[in-house]
Design a protein around this ligand. Structure first.
Ligand SMILES: Nc1nc2c(ncn2[C@@H]2O[C@H](COP(=O)(O)OP(=O)(O)OP(=O)(O)O)[C@@H](O)[C@H]2O)c(=O)[nH]1
Ligand SMILES: [Mg+2]
Length: 402
C-alpha cells in the first residue's frame, strides 16, 4: 500500500492531521514532542468513481463510494517532531528518520501562523518563522542521509575497488532507505559527481549528493497548517515565494478534525474533501459544538474552500506519485466479482504499472496463469505489457479459467 509520512517540527499539527485523516485517537498536545513513536493508520484518497459513467450501482469491498467518489485506502504515518541536531540522535531524531525513510512521499507540516518558537514551544502567533522551520527540518534529513554515506566511506571504497560502479556501491549502502537505483543515479547526475572518483569526495560533495537523493527519492509537499490563525496568510505567501519549486498547500488540520468528528457523531453531513458541510439538526448542537462549527466555516471553509487535509493526501498520491486508479472485475458483463459485487475493488497502481502487475496485485497465482487482459469498456484484448491508465476497468483472463 502507498505510505505517506508526516514530517515536521514539533507542535506543527502532524498528529492532528493524522487523527483527522485516519479518525484514530493519537495524543495531541500543545507541548513539544508529544508523539514519541511512529504510528501508522489507514486514510483514504478520493477519485471520481466509474460507477456513474458506467451507470451501475456498485458494492465496494476494498474501498467506499460516497456521492460518486471512490475512497481508496492508503497508509499514513505520524512521526515524532524534529528539532535541530536530530541526525546526531538528539531528541527522538534517529527513530524519526528511520521511519521517514520507509515512506513513498512526505508531507512536511509547518505552522504557518508562526506560533511555535525555535525550541518548539507554543508562542504568540506571528513570532515564529515557518521558513526557517522548513530549512531546519530539511537540513536534518539531508545530514542524516549524508552521515550514512560518510559513515560507510570505507565500505563504499572497497566495493568500488572491487569493480562495482559507484551508483551500485552507493545503492547497496542506502537501500534501507527505500530509495531506488535510478534515484541514486539521478542524484549523482544532479550533484555532478558521476565522473568524480569516490576517494576524492569531500564533505560538501556528500552533502550535495544527499540533498539531491533526498529530493528525488522522497517527493514532498509543504503543508501550511493552522491557516485558521492570524499571520498564517502572510506566512503562506512567503512560503509559496520561497519554496516555489515545491507545492505548498494551505491547511487547517484542526478544522478537518472538528468536521470529521462531528460527522462521526451524526451532527453534520460532510464528505471529506468536500467544500461544504451541513448541520443535520441545529437544535442538537451544544453551545461549544455550534461555536466550533461556526469557527471552521468563518476561518477556513469561507476563506480557503476546504480544510486541505483530503486535498493534500490526494495531491501526494495522484500528482506527486502519479498513481492511477484501476478497477479489476471478474465478470465483464456484470462488472462484478464472482459473488456478484459490482465494481468491488479500486486499486492504486504506479504510473508505469502493467496489466500483469495488476494480476500480481490480485493474486500471484493469477499472474502465473495470465493470458491477456480485457478492457471492459471496449471489450478489446490487451497484452500483459499493456500500461494501465487511470480509471481503467480490467478483466484478467487466465489459463485456468478457460
Ligand atoms: N489553530 C490550530 N491549531 C492546531 C491545528 N493543528 C494542530 N493544532 C494545535 O497544535 C498543537 C500541536 O498539535 P499536534 O498535532 O500534537 O502537533 P505535532 O506536530 O503532532 O507535535 P509533536 O508530536 O510534538 O511533534 C495542538 O495544541 C493542536 O491542537 C490547526 O490547524 N489550527
Ligand atoms: Mg504528534
Amino acid at each position: 500500500m502507498v505510505l505517506i509520512g508526516l514530517i515536521g517540527k514539533t507542535n506543527t499539527g502532524k498528529t492532528t492531521f493524522f487523527n483527522a485523516a485516519t479518525l484514530l485517537n493519537a495524543e495531541i498536545a500543545n507541548y513539544p514532542f508529544t508523539t514519541k513513536e511512529p504510528e501508522q493508520g489507514i486514510a483514504y484518497v478520493r477519485s471520481p468513481c466509474v460507477c456513474k459513467e458506467l451507470n451501475v450501482k456498485d458494492n465496494p469491498r476494498n474501498s467506499a463510494c460516497i456521492d460518486g467518489w471512490r475512497f481508496i485506502p492508503i497508509e499514513v504515518m505520524d512521526l515524532p517532531g524534529l528539532i535541530k541536531g536530530a541526525w546526531t540522535g538528539r531528541g527522538l531524531g534517529n527513530q524519526f528518520l528511520q521511519a521517514a525513510a520507509m515512506a513513498d512521499a512526505l508531507l512536511h507540516m509547518v505552522d504557518a501562523s508562526g506560533s511555535i518558537d525555535e525550541e518548539g514551544e507554543i508562542a504568540k502567533p506571528g513570532t515564529g518563522d515557518p521558513l526557517r522551520d522548513v530549512y531546519d527540518v530539511e537540513e536534518e534529513i539531508v545530514l542524516w542521509f549524508a552521515h550514512i554515506v560518510d559513515g560507510n566511506r570505507s565500505r563504499i571504497s572497497k566495493l568500488v575497488a572491487g569493480g562495482k560502479r559507484i551508483e551500485d556501491a552507493l545503492y547497496q549502502v542506502l537501500s534501507g532507505l527505500k530509495v531506488k537505483p535510478q534515484h541514486v543515479k539521478q542524484a549523482l547526475q544532479k550533484a555532478g559527481l558521476e565522473e568524480v572518483d569516490f576517494k576524492g569526495w569531500r564533505w560538501e560533495d556528500i552533502k550535495s549528493f544527499s540533498y539531491h537523493l533526498r529530493m528525488v527519492s522522497k517527493p514532498t509537499l509543504i503543508i501550511a497548517n493552522k491557516m485558521d490563525l492570524p499571520y498564517a496568510e502572510e506566512n503562506y505567501q512567503r512560503l509559496v515565494e520561497e519554496f516555489g519549486h515545491t507545492t505548498v498547500i494551505p491547511c487547517s488540520a484542526e478544522a478537518e478534525l472538528i468536521l470529521r468528528r462531528a460527522e462521526q457523531k451524526g451532527l453534520i453531513r460532510y464528505v471529506p474533501g468536500g467544500e461544504i458541510f451541513k448541520v443535520i439538526d441545529e437544535s442538537k448542537l451544544t453551545e461549544k459544538q455550534r461555536w466550533a462549527l461556526d469557527y471552521v466555516e468563518r476561518r477556513v471553509i469561507n476563506k480557503y474552500f476546504r480544510t486541505g487535509v483530503q486535498f493534500a493526501l490526494n495531491f501526494a498520491v495522484f500528482k506527486l506519485l502519479g498513481m492511477n486508479t484501476v478497477y479489476p472485475v471478474e465478470d465483464e458483463r456484470k462488472l462484478a466479482d464472482s459473488k456478484g459485487n459490482v465494481l468491488p475493488d479500486a486499486f492504486l497502481v504506479r504510473p508505469d504499472a502493467t496489466a500483469l502487475d495488476l494480476a500480481r496485485m490480485i493474486h500471484s497465482e493469477l499472474a502465473k496463469t495470465m493470458l491477456y487482459a480485457i478492457d471492459v469498456r471496449t471489450g478489446l484484448r490487451l497484452p500483459k505489457e499493456y500500461v494501465l491508465r487511470d480509471r481503467d476497468v480490467i478483466k484478467i483472463v487466465s489459463a485456468r479459467r478457460k
